[in-house]
Structure formats: C-alpha cells, structure tokens
Design a protein around this ligand. Structure first.
Ligand SMILES: [Zn+2]
Length: 277
C-alpha cells in the first residue's frame, strides 16, 4: 500500500512497484510529487545504482524552479526538466511518473499510437489514442517542451483529461492529481499495449478475428461504473440475517411500527453477532 501522506515513502514505494512490474528498468524512470510550492523527486540513478531500493532520506525536495530545499541539486533525477515544465504548465498536476514500460515502448519503437481498447484505458485514461512525441535527447529541454506540447494537445481535445504520452525508443510520461493516478495511467496504458500485441500475435491471421469495438461507451457511461446499484429485483425472496423470509422490495404493507420492529430486530441481531465474535 502506498502511503500518500508520507510523500518520500510514497516515491520509494512507487519506484519499487514500477521496477517490479516491468514499468521501468534499471536504466531509468523517475517520480516526483508536488506539495504546495515544493517538489519531491527521486535521486538520479535510482534504478542503475539502487534497483529502486532507495531510502526516504535520498528523496530530494526543491522549489518549483529546482532550487534545493533538502538535498543536492546535482543529485536530482536527470529527467527533471520535463517534470518541472509539466508542473509549471499544469496547475492540476501533483505527481509525475516517467517509466520505461516494455509493451508501450514496443509501440514507441514503431512510432505507432496506442489506441484505447481495454476497459482501463477507455474508462481511466480516456478514448484518445496515446501518441508519441518527436525523437529527442533524453532529459533535454526539447523533451520537456515536447511532452508539455503533447499534453496540451490532449487537453485541447478533451479538457481535464488524464495526461500520458509515449517517447519513441525511450519510455513514457504520465501526470495526475496524485501519485496513485500517475501510476494508474502508466499501468493501464501498458496493459492496453500488451493486449494489442498479444491479440495480434494470437489472432492477427485469423479471418474470424473481429478487432472492432462493438459498443462505444461515452464518458457518462463510464461514470456510472462507480454508482451504487440495486443488486436484487423487487420480489426476490431470501432469508435475512435473523433467519426470516423476506421479499425484497415488498414494504408496501408495512406500518411505521413494523419498520421500527424490523430496525430493532436487525440492530439486536447485529449487536448479538458482534458480542459473539
Ligand atoms: Zn527514461
């Protein structure tokens, strides 16, 4: 579990998760979190020297222009420019994950967009394909500018949408309201890329294979996923916790004293069960 209240601990934990889930490798990856006017960012070579087993004390804290508050400026991640450019341009972003996700990189190595086909990408990241920036020197100002430009284009198409892009032959950047979101975008996008690759390998030559999406859900459709739903249809007969036969939704003949009696019986039963534990 990631403790997002402890920012330094959350960066250490997320780095380990990224590494263990093949969402980055020992050659790179970096994570930062914004807290007010401070930026927390992992030290350079976290993968290469530490295989992402970094200590909380190694996380560097700076202001919004990379001036250190805790730690040394020369130890800040080599990809820092892209992180700071994103924070300066997107006030709603509070966490950034740069990874080297294996399956997304396969698309990047072919300059191919990643269409949204999985539930994760369609519902979480959105319907826009994940696109590539131009080839740039890793860690350069050109990379920072290109990632910001890519994110702005995504927001032009869909205001407020999640931010993620691919970098050819290199990796990805994802930015969210918190570190969990930035990690989530990276993981679901990589899973989507994995599905596309496996589907092609397994069924690419099968004339019976149908790769089309038969039903396009709207954003509003996906928002209903989190809405609590009735799980029984009225008239369903079941036995309740107290052993009574109940007809679900059949309350039309109950008086207020009946309701009180039911509430009392259920309360007594729950208290009895709790005492017996
Ligand atoms: Zn990298």
């Amino acid at each position: 579990m990631v403790d997002i209240k402890n920012i330094r601990a959350s960066i250490c934990k997320m780095g380990k998760l990224l590494y263990e889930k093949d969402l980055t490798d020992s050659s790179g990856g970096n994570i930062s979190v914004r807290d007010g006017n401070l930026i927390y960012i992992n030290p350079r070579r976290s993968g290469q020297d530490w295989q992402w087993e970094i200590e909380e004390d190694s996380v560097i804290v700076t202001d919004l222009c990379k001036v250190p508050v805790v730690g040394e400026v020369d130890m800040i991640s080599r990809e820092a420019a892209t992180h700071y450019y994103i924070y300066q341009n997107f006030p709603d972003v509070n966490a950034i994950v740069h990874g080297h996700p294996f399956f997304m990189m396969a698309f990047g190595a072919a300059h191919m967009d990643i269409p949204a086909v999985s539930e994760g990408t369609r519902a979480v990241v959105g319907m826009q394909p994940i696109t590539n920036i131009a080839e740039v020197v890793p860690g350069s100002i050109e990379q920072a500018e290109a990632v910001v430009k890519n994110f702005m284009k995504r927001r032009e198409i869909e205001p407020g949408c999640p931010l993620i892009c691919n970098i050819p032959f290199h990796g990805t950047f994802a930015a969210g309201a918190n570190i969990n979101d930035a990690f989530l975008y990276t993981e679901v996008a990589n899973n989507c890329a994995k599905i596309l690759i496996y589907r092609q390998i397994m069924f690419g030559n099968d004339p019976k294979a149908d790769f089309s999406i038969h039903k396009q859900f709207t954003k509003e459709d996906f928002e209903t996923i989190g809405v609590s739903k009735e799980v029984c249809t009225p008239g369903y007969v079941y036995t309740d916790n107290a052993g009574n036969k109940i007809i679900y939704g059949d309350c039309k003949n109950l008086s207020s004293s009946d309701y009180s009696e039911i509430v009392k019986r259920v309360t007594d039963e729950v208290i009895k069960n709790l005492k017996n534990r």
